[in-house]
Write a protein of this length. Sequence first.
Length: 244
Amino acid sequence: MRALRILVIVAVILGGLFVIADRVAVGFAEDEAAEQLKTSEGLASTPDVSIKGFPFLTQVASGELDDVEVGIENYEASTGKADESIRIADLTANMRGVAFSSDYSSATAASATGTATIAYDELLKAAKSEQTDVGLGFTARVVGLSDGGKGKIKVAVEVDPPALDPQTVSVLSSVSVKGDTVEVHADSLPSLGGVDLAENAVRSITDFQQAIDDLPGGIKLDKVEAAPDGVEITVRGSNVKLAG
């Protein structure tokens, strides 16, 4: 019995040491992966990298990590226009089946899903905020975007009719994803200044789109929905590069 107790105590101690070693190793790996991701994506700040699953060391031995979560606080995505970007807040992605090279210099996830938010003031950059002639002497411009409820965006349009004071009208719009572009489309059109203008003239102001290119690792836009603080986007990808 005494020998059995000693054996149990030794096993517990070794198990505890293994857990400590495993957690130290995973912490080091997370820090290294975060630095490599920061460098490869040209990020302004170091992202959060969390390697899920236990034990970590057995996953390393297999050459593949089950689940890695990456969080980037602010990501400047390309819009396809020179010297113009759009800030994506709180980008979080879960990477599944992350295989890495023998020298740990590169890592690729078999699949990835994630979420992020684009604030309304960022999306507003894509709208026609300058005064635009929409016919009959009317000029108009988008002056604000906000949550319209039920997954809609409320687009505030300032209208300047001839010989009258400017006025602001609101339009409820749907938001959708088409390829790498977020599109905003008015559900119905108001009369501007009490005058029904041609639909295509009004939509030249109310409807707009924003391209979003070069997301981390090559992930792509999947879905988008209006929310209180901005549009919430869902991203998805396969063979997503984490590093290298």
